[in-house]
Design a protein around this ligand. Structure first.
Ligand code: GLN
Length: 486
């Protein structure tokens, strides 16, 4: 067996199918790897060893019975904001520190049916609010490429665990960049699907008009394999689309001759690290070499407002979604107050961390009477403009390409005291959620010795085009094959 941090789903699947290895052996290898490296990387909130072995045994039976799919028996890690029945789901918050969901999220249900082996739950920024995992109420995850640096966030544990070989793949969620930015920072492949492509039933809500679940993997083929399993309509999520799911594997054809690529200039923002810019430019030149027709001079003039729009809309929705944590229904409950109101107040005071409180206050303010029109309604209008500009661009281009982030992974502690600086680390990814379109981040080189991600954006439900483009690039380059040494 290859080192766990080099093993793709596809390769593991071949080995399982040919009986060169069993799922139990594979699972033990990953649990061993977790044991060796997670004290350094700190990607996991829980290790579910016992469950994993049980699931691996079941997967081996499925394989023996000829009932396997490419994901059967493959070890995975799930971001700790997706409900897993009988397994603690903390959202990296004190509020849910001891919460054991009585049901599975739809994505978990789907993966279980195909014989997933879940080895652990991944650390994240509390309630998915953040860009570095430093907002976790428990601990900060470290970037496997440099343990002094952040892995990105909020799905930092999901990205770091895949880069470190603690799982073959992981699931993350992306509200404003939380899959793509950590994927870029850890040099793995991460997809935010089109809004409505993957069911969010059982995903702990942050901002409901923006949240999407998606895979983090070693390469594009693995990403397509996971999407084949988790995509599709779900009657329990009214925002999921009744739209047929194609076989994404079929889109993995290394041919982008004539592909029309637009480079929106607003995404090469001032203050971007020049080495990151250079790395992305050479990745784009590679695309040209491979036959893409690149227009370097595309403009999405409203995109620079996406950050402001996001920080009105996301906190507004969060303030409504988080109202349920009142110490009565479930989760942490303060009991020693003088009356019910006091208990509710203290539940929130002690249960939520500072960033979550900041967002609730921002959102409550933006939605309050007198401010609703000035902030929330205005933001919704600008949102429409941003979306329209994407529509117009996609009339001319098949995909748009930008850097995933403006910088390489920053040092732990560097931005924690400056929320605005932290918010700025998502300027390239936020507009994509605002517009509801899909985007993938793939490894595109190194700058200052650290990973750089390239973001490829597509029309709604054009995941196939993204896969094809990203796959062609990965077939011609080997950035995605480089692994951190731990
Ligand atoms: N970093 C952004 C935020 O803090 C995005 C988070 C996300 O995508 N969940 O809101």
């Amino acid at each position: 067996m290859a080192n766990t941090n080099q093993l793709t789903i596809y390769a593991a699947y071949q080995q399982l199918k040919q009986k060169q290895i069993s799922s139990v052996e594979l699972t033990q290898a990953y649990l061993q790897r977790i044991h060796e490296v997670d004290s350094k990387v700190k990607a996991l909130v829980s290790v579910t060893a016992e469950l994993a072995i049980k699931q691996a045994k079941k997967a081996d039976q499925m394989i023996a019975a000829g009932e396997s799919t490419p994901l059967t028996g493959i070890p995975a890690i799930i971001k700790d904001n997706m409900c897993t029945q009988g397994v603690k789901t903390t959202c990296s918050s004190k509020m849910l520190e001891n919460f054991v969901p009585p049901y599975n999220a739809t994505v978990i249900e789907k993966l279980n049916q195909t014989g997933m082996v879940m080895v652990g739950k991944a650390n994240m920024d509390e309630f998915a609010m953040g860009s570095s995992t430093e907002n976790s109420a428990f601990f900060t995850t470290r970037n496997p490429w440099d343990l002094e640096r952040v892995p990105g966030g909020s799905s930092g544990g999901s990205a770091a665990s895949v880069a470190a070989g603690e799982a073959t793949y992981s699931l993350g969620s992306d509200t404003g960049g939380s899959i793509r930015q950590p994927a870029g920072f850890c040099s793995v492949t991460g997809l935010k699907p089109t809004y409505g492509r993957v069911s969010r039933y059982g995903l702990i809500a942050f901002a409901s008009s923006l949240d999407q679940i998606g895979p983090l993997t070693q390469d594009v083929r693995d990403c397509a394999l996971v999407m084949n399993c988790i995509s599709g309509y779900d009657h329990r999520d009214s925002t999921s689309m009744q739209k047929e799911v194609p076989d994404y594997l079929k889109s993995l054809v290394p041919d982008i001759k004539g592909l029309r690529v637009g480079i929106p200039k607003e995404y090469f923002v001032e203050g971007m690290q020049p080495e990151v810019k250079t790395a992305i430019e050479s990745a784009i030149n590679k695309m040209i070499e491979l036959g893409a027709l690149v227009d370097w001079n595309v403009s999405l003039p409203s995109s620079p407002y996406a950050l402001a729009v996001y920080y009105i809309i996301a906190p507004s929705e969060a303030s409504a979604n988080l109202a349920r944590y009142d110490g009565v229904k479930y989760g942490f409950s303060y009991q020693d107050g003088v009356n019910m109101w006091d208990n509710m107040e203290k539940t929130r005071q002690f249960g939520f961390g500072p960033e979550v409180k900041r967002r609730i206050m921002l959102g409550t303010y933006a939605l309050s009477s007198g401010y609703y029109d000035a902030y929330y309604l205005k933001a919704q209008k600008v949102r429409t403009l941003i979306r329209r500009e994407f529509d117009e661009a996609f009339a001319k281009y098949d995909v748009l390409i930008t850097p995933t982030s403006t910088s390489v992974p920053f040092k732990i502690g560097e931005k924690v005291d400056d929320p605005i600086q932290m918010y700025l680390s998502d300027v390239c990814t936020l507009p994509i959620n605002i517009a509801g379109v899909p985007a993938i981040s793939i490894p595109a080189g190194f700058a200052r010795g650290l990973p750089v991600g390239m973001q490829i954006i597509g029309r709604p439900f054009s995941e196939e085009t993204l896969f094809k483009t990203a796959y062609t690039y990965q077939q011609a380059t080997d950035w995605h094959l480089k692994k951190p040494v731990l």
